[in-house]
Design a protein around this ligand. Structure first.
Ligand code: NAI
Length: 333
């Protein structure tokens, strides 16, 4: 039997936590050969709910689940963590200014980053789900001492999956017919779902659905899908967000699929540490087209970027730059 992987989940008593825990314990994230040990971090108000989830996990008798521990102390919860899913955060409330939002999250992600730096395993991989995800990931990374910056990522996988699903629906094709979509920039309304290199059954997607739609209503629909879900189900995206978090970590650890039919290997989207690729300032955690091999994300390089895409990428990246400046001014990083 393989050594268990320790997975720390923050916000474990919340909705996404509840949707993610059972799938992780069932092996959906790391496959059927890797036992998992769960560490659940909550604040005292969320502890009862996390305890309830832990009781139900026990009642599932998952063969891969080697243990569940709860804590409200980041120093305990991140001890030995190989994977950290940071879900609990302070999302923007009505009338909340950006400065207040970032300060509230700095108080969460600063200490969590420090605890990861001191206590997590050497191979720790961090995926931030809690919004504002990219900048929360940046705060954690800049507080984590000598943990390599590449180990801190934020989720844009839900945006990516939404972009695939909506394109497939428009073209009346299965999602498996679609490749080459990229989400660029921030996990926010400025994100850019880019069809420039996308294909449907191997044909340029833009030719199939038309540039007017693909560079117009489509972009808005993907970027505002979260709000659409809230309106229809009277609650935010939960199962799809948990699914995206599981797929992000799975691909990171186990790798993205190899090429088939002689074409380029498929890629996905993730917000990762920029080294200046595609003109994105170094050090930002921004969404790129990515593949994963050997447990590391690699940015797909050499894609052409036309004037329309350049403008969209730059606008979303400008928002990330402004958020970084704000957290620097607040002394959070
Ligand atoms: P929720 O409110 O049901 O759960 C959040 C949980 O986090 C609560 O139980 C709360 O007690 C806990 N928490 C708060 N501060 C904490 C801390 N410092 N340490 C540990 N736990 C803490 O919210 P839900 O629906 O689970 O969503 C969680 C976050 O995910 C939100 O910020 C939401 O905006 C974000 N989200 C991100 C998506 C993405 O694609 N990146 C998609 C959907 C939601």
């Amino acid at each position: 039997r393989n050594t268990p992987t320790t997975i720390t989940l923050t916000g474990a008593g919340g909705q996404i936590g509840y949707a993610a825990l059972f799938r992780i314990a069932a092996g959906d994230m790391l496959g059927p050969d890797r036992p998992v040990r769960l560490r659940l971090l909550e604040i005292p108000q969320g502890m009862k709910s996390a305890e309830g989830a832990a009781m139900e996990l026990a009642d599932c008798a998952f063969p891969l689940l080697e243990g569940v521990e709860l804590s409200d102390d980041p120093n305990v919860a991140f001890d030995g963590a190989n994977v950290a899913l940071l879900v609990g955060s302070r999302p923007r409330g009505p009338g909340m200014e950006r400065g207040d939002l970032l300060a509230a999250n700095g108080a969460i992600f600063g200490p969590q980053g420090r605890a990861i730096g001191v206590h997590a395993a050497d191979d720790v991989r961090v995926a931030v789900v809690g919004n504002p995800a990219n900048t929360n990931a940046l705060i954690a990374q800049r507080n984590a001492g000598d943990v390599p910056a590449e180990r801190f990522t934020a989720l844009t996988r839900l945006d990516h999956n939404r972009a695939v699903g909506l394109l497939a629906a428009q073209a009346s094709r299965p999602v498996t017919a679609i490749e080459g979509i990229t989400i660029w920039g921030n996990h926010s309304a400025t994100q850019y779902p880019d069809l420039s290199h996308a294909t449907i059954d191997g044909a340029p997607a833009i030719d199939v659905v038309g540039a007017e739609w693909g560079r117009g209503p489509y972009i808005e629909r993907v970027a505002k899908r979260g709000a659409e879900i809230i309106e229809v189900r009277d609650g935010s995206s939960v199962a799809s967000a948990a699914n995206a978090a599981i797929e992000h970590v799975r691909d990171w650890v186990l790798g993205t699929p190899a090429a088939r039919d002689g074409g380029p290997a498929p890629w996905t989207s993730a917000a990762i540490h920029s080294r200046g690729e595609y003109g994105v300032p170094e050090g930002l955690i921004s969404s790129f087209p990515v593949r994963s091999a050997g447990g590391e994300w690699q940015i797909v390089e050499g894609l052409s970027v036309d004037e329309f895409s350049r403008g969209r990428i730059d606008a979303s990246v400008a928002e990330l730059v402004a958020e970084r400046e704000a957290v620097e001014e607040l002394g959070l990083v």
